[in-house]
Design a protein around this ligand. Structure first.
Ligand code: TXA
Ligand code: MG
Length: 335
């Protein structure tokens, strides 16, 4: 939006839908290998993929998203063996990979000597972010492509992440080459990012695997980025992000007239009758269900034209940490 004002318009592309059968996966993989931009479903959110080894293809991602700066991207691979060709896994990193891959965990490790991921995808860092996605379509696509695929969320910069193919079409039609059409994304928030760069692993971004699950596997507490200013942050960590057009008001104890209400656990705060619209992330108070609904519900409430989305309190435990991280970014002051 305002960030995009500084970006040149990307070249117009003829975006085509791809059905995720065997022929469609082969077609999408061939497009990726030829340097095209292909959106595809993962278990977290839809990704906008490009051949991570091809700097020119990766540059296309930034142009299509209108990303103002070259943040490092996650390289998606088919399995741990492929990941170990790109990065150096210490004992902690290997333990996490074995416990959570395929799945919603990204591990940042030092680049391997033979790392094929382009400098642009790594933003010039000497570390690389790797993930083996669990979604069957993503897995088949990684296997068929046979090289790392860089993929941020398939939305325009600063917008809410896409959890359905329809969201991808809304944001990126005419800017990318293809959308692999799949069902919606079951986890609904992005992967958890953990850096294993020597010393204790550090949580860079809460996400689809909870802190408690990771600490159980490590047998000790994770560090946090804030505790270790000498370590690289996941850039953009505290910036306004994931933003709908409406303002976002957190910890709402009441709903003001004309606001849209984002509820949890069957909450009925005072003023709810005057709300422009209301959606409950999980009437039964299940945080996994709430995470899966979060981005789609923010898009739906935004479409009502409400001036603000009032969000009731949500417990910051388990997946609540990732949900509140995304909501705080949506509520942060905009540039
Ligand atoms: O669930 C997900 O992770 C989705 C799906 C598509 O896989 N992808 C995603 O990518 O959320 P993206 O680009 O929105 O987020 C990548 C994050 C950024 O915060 C980036 O700064 C961080 O990963 N990152 C990448 N490489 C890094 C590195 N070497 N060191 C520190 N942070 C890194
Ligand atoms: Mg994103």
């Amino acid at each position: 939006m305002s960030e995009e004002a500084n970006m040149p318009a990307p070249p117009q592309r003829d975006t085509r839908p791809i059905v995720p059968d065997a022929a469609g996966i082969a077609e999408a993989a061939a497009l990726l290998r030829a340097g095209a931009l292909v959106a595809f479903p993962t278990e977290t959110v839809y990704g906008l993929g490009a051949d991570a080894t091809d700097g020119r293809a990766v540059a296309g991602i930034y142009a299509a998203k209108g990303r103002p700066s070259f943040n490092p991207l996650i390289a998606h691979v088919a399995d741990l063996a492929a990941a170990e060709r790109e990065g150096v896994f210490d004992a902690d990193a290997r333990r996490l990979a074995e416990a959570f891959w395929p799945g919603p965990l990204t591990i940042v490790v030092p680049k391997a000597a033979g790392c094929s991921v382009s400098d642009l995808a790594c933003a010039g860092l000497d570390s690389v972010a790797l993930r083996v996605p669990a979604h069957p379509i993503a897995r088949e696509l990684m296997q068929a492509t046979g090289r790392p695929v860089a993929a941020p969320s398939a939305n325009r910069s600063g917008r809410v992440s896409p959890t359905t193919a329809a969201h991808v079409w809304e944001d990126l039609n005419g800017r990318i080459d293809a959308v692999v059409e799949g069902w919606s994304t079951p986890v609904g928030v992005e992967s958890t990012i953990v850096a294993c760069l020597g010393g204790d692993p550090v949580l860079l971004r809460p996400g689809g695997v909870t802190r408690a699950e990771i600490e159980r596997v490590l047998g000790r507490p994770l560090g946090t980025a804030a505790d270790t200013p000498d370590r690289p942050l996941a850039p953009g960590l505290l910036l306004s992000h994931y933003a709908p057009k409406a303002q976002v008001r957190l910890d709402a104890s009441h709903i003001m007239p004309g606001e849209a209400a984002l509820l949890f656990g069957g909450a009925e705060p005072p003023g709810l009758d005057g709300a422009k619209a209301r959606l409950d992330l999980s009437p039964k108070g299940d945080l996994a269900e709430a995470a899966a609904n979060l981005f789609a519900f923010m898009r739906r409430l935004d479409l009502t034209g409400a001036s603000a989305i009032a969000v009731v309190p949500i417990p910051e435990e388990g997946l609540g940490e990732a949900i509140l991280d995304r909501l705080r970014r949506a509520a942060a002051p905009r540039p």
